[in-house]
Design a protein around this ligand. Structure first.
Ligand SMILES: [Cu+2]
Length: 341
């Protein structure tokens, strides 16, 4: 789905800028929804609970980041599918707790940036507009030419275009690559980049979790940690999922200043698809170690209803905000919803 709480790309990109780039034209909007329908080839129903009405409506709401995938604008060029994404770097202030606010760099008004999604073999074009008052860039993990590697500074007010083939399929990432990279990442310029395999994975409740850290006093150590931008958010606002529903977590570690962290899920075990680069799980475990920029697909279903924590097993990191919980809703409470096959 298009990310519906971003600032609105069209308002950020002036028509003049787009004309200059030769990019004014009607794309096929809403392709994400269509794609989701098409990929529902099997009769399996995916049950996703509605977001609680108590969810706070902050400018950056991790509850929306969870299941928000940006499929871009689809175009056909010389018979080939091109997915065009627009990312604008800006500045905003987030509340790390009731007492501490922090100036971040954001992408389309959010941290992490939009979860970009394409299918293997498509062409990806990313239009990057820097309005963050400082030179930045976007470096994508993947296979591309040297010109598209995103290490050259894009000065404030200017635009860069990154274009490459979507390959190989897997869970990847993008981030600013301007030195000091640790600072540019930890202040918010990063996001997930998913390339789907040619044959879609089975339907599941798909959820994105990006781990990050905040070095508020610039001593090269993090004082706060978070899943999807805000410390302790999913502890205070548990992620609702259904009992016995297959959940597919896309997990990325972008905690700077720590060589590695783990991801641990309570009361369950998950199948691991390392880097999302295979269709068969490599192992089953309940704790997995992830270095910086490592990412995996983790799949599971909960047998029993109730609340279950997830967090790095470096407990000081969990205690400083990288902590959340799933609220598994009993099937009994959802008699009207058909059971997935
Ligand atoms: Cu930067």
């Amino acid at each position: 789905m298009p990310n519906n709480f971003a600032l609105g790309n069209e308002t950020l990109w002036s028509r003049r800028q787009l004309l200059k780039l030769g990019l004014v034209g009607a794309g096929v909007a809403g392709a994400g929804v269509l794609w989701q329908n098409l990929s529902a080839g099997s009769k399996t129903l995916v049950r996703v609970p509605p977001i609680s009405t108590n969810t706070p409506s902050d400018a950056i709401t991790p509850m929306k980041v969870l299941r928000d995938f940006d499929y871009g604008t689809v175009k056909k060029e010389n018979g080939r599918t091109v997915r065009e994404f627009r990312l604008t770097a800006g500045t905003s202030v987030i509340q790390l707790n009731t007492a501490v606010s922090y100036n971040i760099w954001d992408l389309n008004g959010r941290i992490p940036g939009p979860t970009l999604r394409a299918k293997q073999g498509e062409r990806v074009r990313v239009l990057f507009l820097n309005k963050a008052g400082h030179s930045h860039s976007l470096h994508f993990h993947g296979i591309h030419t040297s010109e598209m590697d995103g290490i050259r500074p894009v000065s404030n007010g200017s635009v860069a275009i990154y274009e490459f083939d979507a390959e190989p399929y897997g869970v990847h990432l993008y981030h600013c690559h301007i030195e000091p990279v640790t600072r540019h990442i930890s202040k918010g310029l990063y996001g997930m980049f998913i390339i789907d395999p040619p044959k879609p994975r089975p339907m599941a409740d798909e959820i994105v979790l990006v781990m990050g850290g905040y070095d508020v006093n610039e001593d090269k150590r993090n004082e706060y940690y978070a899943f999807n931008g805000l410390p302790n958010y999913y502890m205070d606002n548990p992620i609702r999922i259904y009992q016995n529903q297959l959940v597919r977590l896309y997990v990325l570690n972008l905690i700077e200043y720590e060589s590695a962290v783990t991801f641990h899920l309570h009361a369950n075990f998950f199948d691991v698809y390392r880097y999302g680069m295979s269709l068969a799980a490599s192992e089953k475990t309940d704790v997995i170690t992830m270095g910086i920029a490592e990412r995996h697909i983790l799949e599971f279903a909960f047998r029993y209803p109730g609340k279950y924590m997830f967090h790095p097993h470096q407990d000081w990191i969990a205690e400083e905000g990288c902590m959340g919980q799933f609220d598994v809703i009993s099937e009994k409470d959802n008699q009207n919803i058909p059971k997935s096959s």
